[in-house]
Design a protein around this ligand. Structure first.
Ligand SMILES: [Zn+2]
Length: 243
């Protein structure tokens, strides 16, 4: 946890003893620390063995010292640092297709040339970051207009995201797999169909010798199971090693 978060912040979450609002969206209680540790641990296991961590709370908005947008600890960032420290992998790419920009992941790796962060997200939209002029050598933001659908995403993925990740040459791709860009999601205005997630997963699996995935958002509990299944099938159909 301390590879990505300050000791003071981790202690603050550990000590929560009663229901508490950490920001306008993010609620925590005395059991949240353990749940967040398990979620981060599942993300690390996904990096270890090429799996898909189906865990909550999500992580990509969490900053080094602050909870935000339902996220307590930045699971995918913790998994990336774990892979570097414990698996001996040098270069990690985080591919974030959650409909929201992963401001926390971007901030944690902003000055780190060994981790590429690439995100497709609705913009302008919560949390406000990830606009067209925001980026650097290893931070690639692809803001998408409201009402974009499969065709716009496939074009952006093929034209910008894939070349950036291939050019970076990662040893491992970690996917921040949110499903809130789906047409039936209540929180956002992107119109992806089920097959877009299968398509992105299949392409993602070709981008590195190893892959892992971590659940982020996705707020329609009727559609979430079948969207996760579609992505899993995509990962399994690709050249990647997600098991
Ligand atoms: Zn989201």
């Amino acid at each position: 946890m301390l590879r990505c978060h300050t000791e003071e912040y981790v202690e603050r979450i550990r000590r929560i003893a009663e229901p508490t609002w950490l920001d306008g969206d993010t609620f925590a209680s005395e059991t949240s620390f353990e749940a967040a540790l398990l979620s981060a641990g599942a993300a690390m296991a996904a990096a270890d063995r090429g799996g898909f961590a189906l865990a909550r709370p999500p992580g990509h908005h969490a900053l080094a010292d602050r909870a935000m947008g339902f996220c307590l600890f930045n699971n995918v960032a913790i998994a990336a640092r774990h892979a570097q420290a414990e698996l001996g992998l040098d270069r990690i790419a985080v591919l974030d297709w959650d409909v929201h920009h992963g401001n926390g992941t971007q901030a944690i790796f902003w000055d780190d040339p060994t981790v590429l962060y690439a995100s497709l997200h609705e913009w302008p939209f919560y949390p406000g970051t990830g606009g067209p002029s925001e980026g650097n050598e290893t931070t690639v933001n692809v803001p998408m207009a409201a009402l974009s659908g499969d065709a716009e995403y496939q074009r952006a993925f093929a034209d910008v995201v894939e070349p950036a990740i291939r050019g970076f040459g990662p040893d491992l791709v970690l996917v921040s797999a949110g499903f809130d860009a789906h047409e039936a999601d209540p929180l956002a205005d992107i119109r992806l169909t089920d097959s877009a997630f299968a398509w992105m997963a299949e392409r993602a699996g070709t981008l590195a010798p190893r892959i892992g995935a971590v659940l982020e958002g996705g707020y329609n509990i009727e559609t979430l199971p079948r969207l996760v299944a579609a992505a899993l099938e995509g990962f399994q159909n690709s050249d990647g090693r997600l098991s």
